[in-house]
Design a protein around this ligand. Sequence first.
Ligand SMILES: [Zn+2]
Length: 199
Amino acid sequence: MSLKQQLESDFESRKHWALRRQMGIPNNRRLWVCACMDERLPVDEALGIRGDHGDAHVFRNAGGLITDDAIRSAMLTCNFFGTEEIVIINHTECGMMSAHTDTLVRALREKGIDVDKVQLDPDLPELTLREGSFGKWIKMFSDVDEVCARQVEYVRNHPLIPDHVTVSGWIWEVETGHLRPPHFRVGEKVNTNKAMGAK
Ligand SMILES: [Zn+2]
C-alpha cells in the first residue's frame, strides 16, 4: 500500500468515527451497558470490551440502576442508534447497600435541605416527586442479586425497549474481580463436603 493509500484509508476511518451517528453506524458491539459508577467496577475489563474504542454506549450511575434517565438512554440507543444488546452490571459491596434510606433522608434534612421540594430536571419542572417520595428516589437496596435479576426482567418487558434486544444482568464481584450471574455465588459452593456431594 502506498503512503497515499494509507493516508486516504486513515482519513476514511476518522471520518466514519466522527460522523458515525450521521451515517447510521452503531457502536461496534451494538451494546448498551448500565453499570454502577463505583471505581472498583472496570466495565471494559469486566466485559472484555474497549469502550474508549467505540465498542459500547456506557451508562453509569449510583448502583447501576434502571432509573428514568437509564430508560431514556436505552430507549434512544435501542430504537435509533442500532443497539441490539443490553448488559446490566451491579456489584458486590455496592455503596447503595451501605446505609438505610431513612438515615440518608434524615442526614439531608439535618443539613437544612427540604427533600420534598427538590428540582429533578431543570428543563422538566413537571417531573416532581410526591411528598415523602424522596427516599424511594434515592433507591438504596439490600440485596444486589435480587436487584440485578429484577432489573433484567423490567428492561426485558419495558415497552420502550424493542423485543429483539438481548438483555442480561451480571454481578461484578469486587472481591474476586470476576462477573457471575445473579444468585449464583460459586464461592459459597466450594467450602464444604456437603456442597461437594460427599457420601
Ligand atoms: Zn455500586
